[in-house]
Design a protein around this ligand. Structure first.
Ligand code: B12
Length: 493
């Protein structure tokens, strides 16, 4: 029996479909007995896992998907406890966190193997050799990290990414689908979908590069449209959020998809690149709008062209392009959602200042633009920015216990206050700016925020916004609490 376990992501939000496990499960169908345990749906995941292991006995394999942040926080104590109770239980980790920090994961006795990258096929290969693979078998499995004979962590090179168009379809019957349908600003019955692997760019602040090394492999437009139609028919879904790192890479695929789903009258949302979408034809924009595209999340990243160059955004990004797409999307009535990475080394003060001013320009051009401000958070081996962060004294934890400490949980969720190159007053400045901006331009994604509350927030913040007096907006803090304002960056992916 293989138990595919998704630790709880975030207790404060409704559960989202665990696509990592749907993808892994799809290749097990018909070959292995398996079940999915989604920690987001369980009151007591440890007891549930324990029951399953007891029921299925010694041959059980626990395969866990782990993202940094809350998932890691739940995966560590649960795996540790289960290994103590069942020393012969084989535990395999996969997903973003172990892909990047495989060596740290393999230092503990409660993680036996790590699957790195898009590893569903490698996982099947590993299963064929369990429970006692030889070192030579292990050393040949691309995408596997394991312990060598003396017990030291070693990793093989990443496996080629499987072609999603040729992978078996997700088996949604493995999950209680209705529990994932939720109301969002897009529609009363929203579900997520994931239609492509990777991203063809090498932005050096992004963890996706470590997973796919610049490759992007999609499902076909008709596969995606068929699944959206299935959502619509079986679960009366009226809105879809695409979790793809970059849904809009291929214009023809997007246009064909839009055309195919047009009759369904759905609303949809996805993540894309500014420079890619600026090249789209009017015909594609019209198809996207008419098929229900409401909002596109895009990394604008910085208000400084110099920083953009250093981020390796492919050399094609500029602040002028951000303004251009803001204007263009206004004309199509599709909301741009821009994320910015603030406080980049080596001069985080100046960097943040320039970006804050730039955000104001974006709002002037298109006031409906959503703005998401993140603090620069290094990912391992990702170029100049990481090198500079290291030079300032940054180092990743060397143990899982340290990773689950409060300070590193904050780091993983991009709200750390202890990054060596970002000094406290700057952190506070960014938070204050965000507070004023969010009050003056309340997000449209918070469906509970009524017209009157929006007007109150705007009125209360107008003088600060106009006079650029962002410091200590205590009154806005109180207002945001009273109105239960939901910040867009905490509700995003
Ligand atoms: C949906 C999502 C979420 C959901 C959680 C998902 C859920 N079901 O509950 C929510 C919104 C809660 C979330 C939160 C966060 N997320 Co998130 N999230 C995503 C997103 C958009 C999609 C994930 C997905 O479904 N992928 C599709 C599947 C098919 O791919 P996959 O997960 O990589 O799985 C494949 C392989 O990794 C591997 N694999 C994965 N697990 C396993 C397990 C086994 C056993 C095996 C064999 C293989 C395997 O095989 C799978 C098939 O190929 C990704 C970006 C992306 N497109 O992947 C970001 C992403 C993973 N998130 C990210 C981050 C940073 C976060 C946060 C930590 C930060 C934040 N935004 O506050 C938070 C907190 C994390 C948490 N645990 O709560 C980053 C990770 C960066 C990093 N440094 O590693 C990503 C990459 C976004 C980004 N570009 O920055 N997230």
């Amino acid at each position: 029996m293989i138990i595919l376990y998704h630790p709880q992501s975030n207790s404060s939000r409704k559960p989202l479909l665990p696509f990592s496990l749907l993808a892994v499960g799809a290749v097990l169908e018909g070959q292995h007995e398996y079940c999915i345990v989604d920690g987001n749906l369980e009151l007591d995941p440890l007891t549930r896992l324990d029951h399953l292991i007891k029921e299925h006995g010694a041959q059980t394999i626990l395969a866990v998907t782990v993202m940094p942040g809350p998932q890691l926080n739940q995966a560590v104590p649960i795996c540790r406890e289960l290994k103590q109770r069942y020393p012969n239980l084989i535990i395999v980790w996969g997903g973003y966190f172990p892909t990047q920090h495989w060596d740290v994961c393999l230092k503990v006795d409660y993680v036996d193997y790590v699957i790195r990258g898009h590893g569903e096929l490698v996982f099947v290969e590993l299963l064929a050799t369990l429970p006692q693979p030889s070192q030579s078998q292990l050393s040949r499995m691309m995408g596997l990290a394991y312990k060598d004979a003396p017990g030291q962590p070693v990793s093989n090179p990443l496996a080629p990414i499987p072609q999603p168009a040729q992978l078996p379809a997700f088996n949604f019957d493995r999950l209680p689908m209705t529990r994932y349908v939720r109301a969002t600003f897009l529609g009363s019955r929203t579900l997520g979908y994931h239609s492509s692997y990777g991203c063809p760019f090498f932005c050096n602040f992004c963890a996706v590069v470590n997973l796919v090394n610049g490759r992007w492999l999609p499902q076909t437009a008709s596969q995606v449209a068929e699944n959206v139609e299935l959502y619509h028919q079986r679960w009366q879904v009226n809105a879809v959020e695409f979790y793809d790192n970059n849904f809009f890479v291929h214009e023809k695929r997007v246009a064909e998809f839009a055309e195919r789903i047009m009759p369904l009258k759905m609303a949809w949302w996805g993540e894309g690149r500014i420079d890619t979408m600026l090249k789209y034809s009017d015909t594609t924009w019209r198809l996207m709008r008419d098929s229900g595209l409401r909002m596109v999340f895009m990394g604008a990243e910085s208000g400084s062209n110099e920083t953009l160059k250093r981020m390796d955004k492919g050399g094609k990004m500029s602040t002028e392009k951000t303004l251009e797409i803001a204007r263009l999307m206004k004309s199509w009535d599709i909301v741009p959602e821009f994320s910015f990475v603030m406080g980049n080394p080596p001069d985080p003060e100046a960097d943040a200042q320039i970006t804050m001013e730039f955000v104001r320009q974006v709002k002037q051009v298109n006031p409906a633009s959503e703005i998401i401000l993140y603090l620069y958070t290094p990912v391992p081996l990702a170029g100049d920015l990481y090198d500079e962060a290291q030079a300032e004294g940054f180092a990743f934890p060397q143990t899982l216990d340290e990773w689950v400490s409060q300070a590193w949980q904050d780091f993983s969720q991009r709200r750390s206050r202890t990054m060596p190159w970002v000094k406290q007053p700057l952190q506070a400045k960014i938070i204050d700016f965000q507070r004023v901006l969010n009050a003056y331009y309340p997000t449209s994604t918070d469906t509970k925020l009524a017209g009157l509350s929006r007007r109150i927030l705007r009125l209360a913040s107008a003088w600060r916004y106009h006079a650029r007096v962002y410091r200590f907006p205590l009154e806005l803090r109180v207002l945001h609490k009273l109105i239960a304002y939901q910040r867009p960056e905490t509700s995003g992916f």
